[in-house]
Design a protein around this ligand. Sequence first.
Ligand SMILES: [Zn+2]
Ligand SMILES: [Zn+2]
Length: 81
Amino acid sequence: MARCEVCGNDYDKSFRVETAAGTRHTFDSVECAAHVLAPRCDHCSVRIMGHGLEYGGRVFCCAHCASAAGIAGFTDRIAAP
Ligand SMILES: [Zn+2]
Ligand SMILES: [Zn+2]
């Protein structure tokens, strides 16, 4: 049993996450892990659960948000051959 650092639940399926930077966390759910670890889009503030798009230290959830923030070059799709 380990207590989730976000909600305090002492749960038998809790898990630990160690980041590359060396910080350690304990969570009872992926939701609680995302609350702490997932970055937020620099434009719309949505929690980024996938890979996201990064430019100059700023992270975006999609090409639309990157372009709305004035960053050109990201695209949602490329032309099929
Ligand atoms: Zn929790
Ligand atoms: Zn966004």
